[in-house]
Write a new protein. Structure first.
Length: 282
């Protein structure tokens, strides 16, 4: 283990590592693309989100009761998500488009974005134009979730597929900001800055219930805390990233002004991996 005072992620080295990684499921999952992980991980993610935001359940259930037939319940507005470090669109395709209407993907590696664009027509709701995906190419360190896609600038080369809003509609804010297996490439300072911006960009619940307001979901590898019970990190020299311990994550959330709503360990993943933990915050 090392201290973040000694080793911090280097953006250019991290980008170089991923630019040399195949734009495939096996590539982005570090060789685990053909086992149980691609099935177990998204299932756990969807269940976690739906347990906290019942309006993301797209079928009638105990989490989303049948609406009154008398027209007294207005339709929900479109639900919007941000997928950061989105890679080839694995989380967008297998998690978020099952929960929301519109997804904005931010990914710094151009060939990963191109792979996502090439396969997006097959994703849920895209060819029918019921749902949409907007693709942005650029590092998270330069993206501000408080701004609209247009305000973030042409440097992100924005492209959209699927449903399109009326020209007069100005889309902003998110109901879910999903961060998975990407935040290890941000320093503590960059991470706190992003989380503060993310918190400000969360939307109020369409149901009017504060407990269902928008969430930041962090799903990341978690190393053990130090032997003396202090926060710890592990630095990866291959891709210039850090794996943070649970106490380290909690410290960063506090520094960013985020409140932990719920956390859960992802079960059923292959042996030999770090523990993977999900944090829901607002």
């Amino acid at each position: 283990m090392s201290s973040l005072d000694e080793e911090e992620p280097n953006l250019e080295k991290g980008l170089q590592y991923w630019e040399n990684t195949p734009a495939t499921l096996n590539g982005v999952l570090g060789g685990f693309g053909s086992g149980t992980l691609p099935r177990v991980d998204p299932l756990g993610s969807r269940q976690f989100a739906q347990s906290l935001l019942p309006y993301t359940v797209r079928i009638k259930s105990v989490l989303r009761p049948l609406a009154a037939d008398d027209g007294s319940q207005p339709p929900l507005r479109r639900i919007r998500a941000l997928d950061v470090g989105a890679g080839i669109g694995r989380v967008t395709a297998n998690v978020l488009l099952h929960l929301v209407d519109d997804v904005v993907m931010v990914e710094p590696i151009p060939k990963f974005v191109e792979q996502a664009v090439n396969t997006a027509e097959k994703w849920k709701g895209i060819s029918s134009k019921e749902k949409s995906v907007t693709f942005l190419t650029g590092p998270l360190q330069r993206f501000d979730p408080r701004k609209t896609v247009k305000e973030n600038g042409e440097e992100f080369n924005p492209r959209r597929m699927g449903w399109a809003p009326p020209p007069t509609e100005n889309e902003s804010g998110y109901d879910i900001i999903w961060c998975q297996w990407a935040l290890g490439h941000l320093s503590d300072a960059d991470l706190v800055t992003f989380f503060k911006q993310a918190r400000e960009s969360l939307r109020k619940s369409p149901t009017g219930r504060p407990q269902e307001d928008g969430l930041v979901v962090v799903k990341e590898n978690v190393c053990r805390d130090s032997h003396d019970g202090e926060p710890a990190v592990v630095f990866d020299y291959d891709d210039s990233s850090v794996t943070r311990s649970n106490l380290k994550w909690l410290q960063i959330f506090k520094d960013a002004g985020l409140t932990l709503v719920r956390d859960r360990v992802q079960e059923g993943l292959p042996e030999g991996l770090f523990e993977v933990r999900m944090y829901a915050l607002r």
